[in-house]
Design a protein around this ligand. Structure first.
Ligand SMILES: Cc1cc2nc3c(=O)[nH]c(=O)nc-3n(C[C@H](O)[C@H](O)[C@H](O)COP(=O)(O)OP(=O)(O)OC[C@H]3O[C@@H](n4cnc5c(N)ncnc54)[C@H](O)[C@@H]3O)c2cc1C
Length: 265
């Protein structure tokens, strides 16, 4: 029997036997890890592919212009936001939109940092600090391989890297614009969560000062590293290159409408 390109690309996964996590960024990763720890079977579906293409020149220029973060100046990581607006057709009326269709999501852009929130910070949220403390600890471990008895430093100032990447002027501009602002937005010296202990074949930060360019040790968090490890878990199925277009509820359960990112069908 002749197998069409489309059939070749199709994978049969029984979603009745599994919980479905949509996306493969930091948030989806934490959800998947928690569910696997609770002994569930998890299918992670994400649009992300490892061979993501860089953003087109016009998209790159638009992001640099529309978003103030110096991270958008990193052309080699523009694959992180490439195609997001066109593919998802999100309509931005009075807001600017940024999202990712890459494996590992926006954390590819340049890791992330960790803030120590207290109950006051969380007063508008439907949970208290103590209710999310164990998840917070999980994230801290995930991003830094932190050992409660070991070194406590989990973030480092990386402002000197702006100089190396040639965007120190932009950084100075942002600090001037937002640094002393009394508004609800602040711009501070950038801090970055880094590995404080070796993790698998990744090494703890040795201050190579190459954060913005590409950390030679893999010390900077990227959800894709962790997903690669989860793939060894027999209870975890990872479907990439599948763009979810709609989720609807029916008597039978949930129906996902998806588009294959490879052949577009
Ligand atoms: C420029 C910039 C700088 C930032 N700096 C920091 C920082 O310094 N510190 C910090 O803590 N945070 C920072 N953030 C915010 C942080 O990156 C995000 O809050 C975080 O990455 C969001 O994680 P997420 O898992 O929700 O989404 P993402 O990381 O965006 O992941 C989305 C995932 O969902 C998948 N996906 C999306 N749509 C679909 C679909 N329709 N079908 C299938 N799959 C889909 C993608 O493939 C991807 O795997 C920054 C964000 C930006 C834009």
């Amino acid at each position: 029997m002749k197998v069409s390109k489309r059939q070749e690309l199709m994978k049969i996964v029984d979603l009745n036997e599994s919980l479905v996590v949509l996306g493969g960024g930091l948030n989806a990763l934490v959800v998947a890890i928690e569910l696997l720890k609770a002994g569930k079977r998890v299918t992670m579906i994400e649009a992300g592919r490892s061979d993501c293409k860089a953003a087109s020149s016009s998209e790159y220029r638009a992001f640099k212009k529309n978003f103030s973060s110096p991270k958008f100046g990193l052309k080699d990581r523009s694959f992180t936001y490439a195609g997001y607006i066109n593919r998802t057709k999100v309509k931005a009326v009075n807001f600017k939109v940024i999202g990712s269709l890459a494996t590992g999501g926006l954390s590819n852009l340049w890791g992330g940092d960790i803030r120590d929130y207290d109950d006051d910070d969380l007063k508008d949220f439907p949970y208290s600090k103590s209710e999310v403390a164990s998840i917070e600890e999980d994230i801290l471990n995930l991003m830094t391989n932190y050992n409660p008895d070991g070194e406590k430093v989990v973030a480092k100032e990386v402002v000197y890297n702006f100089h190396r990447a040639g965007i120190d002027g932009r950084c100075a501009e942002l600090i001037e614009q937002w640094g002393n602002s009394s508004e609800n937005i602040g711009f501070d010296l950038p801090k970055l969560a880094i590995l404080v202990n070796d993790k698998d074949d990744r090494k703890r930060c040795d201050h190579s000062d190459a954060c913005l360019v590409k950390c030679p040790n893999g010390s900077i968090f990227n959800a894709a590293y962790e997903i690669e490890k989860l793939r060894e878990n027999p209870n975890f199925v990872h479907l990439t290159g599948v763009l979810i277009e709609d989720v609807s509820k029916s008597r039978m359960g949930y129906t996902l409408s998806a588009r294959n990112m490879i052949d577009g069908k």
